[in-house]
Design a protein around this ligand. Structure first.
Ligand SMILES: *Cc1c(COP(=O)(O)O)cnc(C)c1O
Length: 454
């Protein structure tokens, strides 16, 4: 263990721009469609929901987009985040591979999500917006936006999926600490929520439903905009600071990754770590393997259809072409709440179609086993979502061992699991099972995909 463990960038080296992969794509992604007209949406169609600066980022093809200085100032609270060589995990695995992880759990909310929450709140505040509405599953995004809102004087209202609202009171308390209000979804505050409750008063909720409620509030209130924590181009863009920093830190380490691994819920932390490297390749640089790891119980990239679909259950959002399980698909209630989304970021889906990335899926007990091994070797308890990336990295390291190859593996440790210890307790008590999704329900959800004229 004589080689260094931790690679820390000086504040002055923090990237000054985000990297926009749209500038380097060999084929542009399919356009976003208006659900009424089936025609491509223009900036004006999105204006009720987002401030214009974010809409322009959503459609931009500029390679570099400057990070506003006030946003960089906030980032300095925890960025640049560390890159760590997992010496002890390597030793336990007996692998000749080098394993590096980029640790995003050092942010105030404990994950990568503040990387986009802060700029989103800032652009909204600059546009004179006073209120933001959003949804959250496990609460990572809700608490990140609550934190960002508190910095710029924005009132944040969070619709939290009912099961998580009941199961994870500490995330809710964190949102309230930052001054946000948190409502269990489905709620009585919106038409979409009331319609669901009328059918089933004890509905456990889903991300798709919570998005409908948050969008409805923004669409019907002039002083309120909507904020999304994943999936959209501008969110993925904001996360690219992660991969750009990792690139500089690996240079310090004198290494160049052969394999990059990230977990995928909506695709933002995966895009953050990988897009800057994929961009290098698209401009003629080294080809690397880029591996997306998703939960086997909600496998949009590996089992979903690449098709136009809605982002929400009530069908209020535009149509995007992506890998989807169908907007009415409700995944089984596994513990990586942040990975329970029916769709995938259109940009990540597009890269999959272009064979620029690979995807694989694992069940939750195998991921918790990997996470516990990681915690005992490296000390950090990963978020249940991040356990999927840990599992993916371990699989690659063991492959290197079997093949006798000393490859360099980089993965995104996108968050810590300090608010998720109930899930760990359940794992230790043998109460976590590997739930499969219902094939009949998937078939039904996929048969309900909107038909879009070619
Ligand atoms: C929200 C979340 C995810 C899933 O979202 P992506 O957009 O796929 O990154 C994964 N990990 C953590 C820790 C999260 O908070």
């Amino acid at each position: 263990m004589s080689s260094p463990t931790k690679f820390v960038l000086d504040e002055s080296k923090m990237p000054k721009h985000w990297y926009n992969i749209a500038a380097d794509l060999p084929v542009p992604p399919a356009p976003v469609l208006h659900p009424g007209t089936m025609q491509p949406v223009g900036p004006d169609d999105l204006a009720p929901l987002f401030p214009m600066e974010l809409i322009l980022q959503e459609v931009s093809t500029e390679r570099e987009i400057p990070i506003p200085e006030p946003v960089r100032e906030v980032f300095k609270l925890w960025r640049p985040s560390p890159l760590v060589r997992a010496h002890r995990l390597e030793k336990i695995l007996g692998t000749p591979a080098k394993i590096y992880y980029k640790y995003e759990g050092v942010s105030p909310a404990g994950s990568h999500k503040p990387n986009t929450a802060v700029p989103q709140a800032w652009y909204n505040a600059q546009a004179g917006i006073k209120k933001l509405s959003t949804e959250t599953g496990a609460g990572q995004w809700g608490s990140s936006l609550a934190f960002a809102g508190s910095l710029f004087g924005l009132q944040v209202r969070v619709f939290q999926v009912r099961v998580s609202y009941d199961q994870k009171p500490y995330r809710r308390a964190l949102m309230e600490t930052y001054g946000a209000t948190c409502v269990a979804s489905p709620s009585n505050e919106t038409n979409s929520g009331r319609a669901i409750l009328a059918q089933r008063p004890d509905h456990p909720g889903s991300l798709g439903i919570a998005i409908s409620e948050a969008v409805e509030i923004a669409a019907t209130n002039d002083d309120t905009k909507y904020a999304l924590g994943s999936v959209l181009n501008h969110v993925l863009l904001h996360q690219t600071i992660v991969g750009q920093e990792a690139m500089l830190q690996l240079e310090m380490a004198g290494d160049d990754p052969d394999v990059i691994v990230g977990c995928t819920g909506g695709g933002s932390n995966f895009a953050g770590i990988s897009f800057p490297f994929i961009g290098q390749q698209l401009r003629g640089g080294k080809k690397r393997r880029i591996v997306a790891v998703e939960p086997a119980a909600c496998p949009s990239l590996t089992r979903g259809k690449f098709a136009y679909d809605f982002g929400d259950t009530a069908h209020l959002t535009p149509l995007t072409k992506m890998h989807t399980l169908g907007s009415t698909f409700t995944p089984p209630g596994f513990h990586a709440g942040g990975l329970r989304y029916h769709g995938m970021a259109p940009l990540v889906s597009h890269l999959k179609e272009l064979n620029l990335i690979e995807a694989t899926a694992y069940h939750q007990t195998a991921c918790f086993e990997a996470g516990v091994m990681f915690a005992r070797a490296e000390g950090i308890v990963p978020a249940p979502e991040a356990n999927h990336a840990v599992k993916g990295a371990i699989v690659e390291a063991l492959r290197c061992k079997a093949e006798g190859r000393s490859e360099v593996i980089l993965f995104n440790l996108c968050g810590h699991g300090h608010f998720d210890m109930t899930a760990y307790q359940n794992y230790f008590a043998g109460k976590l099972s590997d739930q499969s999704y219902d094939e009949a329900e998937l078939a039904m959800a996929l048969s309900g995909l909107p038909s879009v004229p070619a």
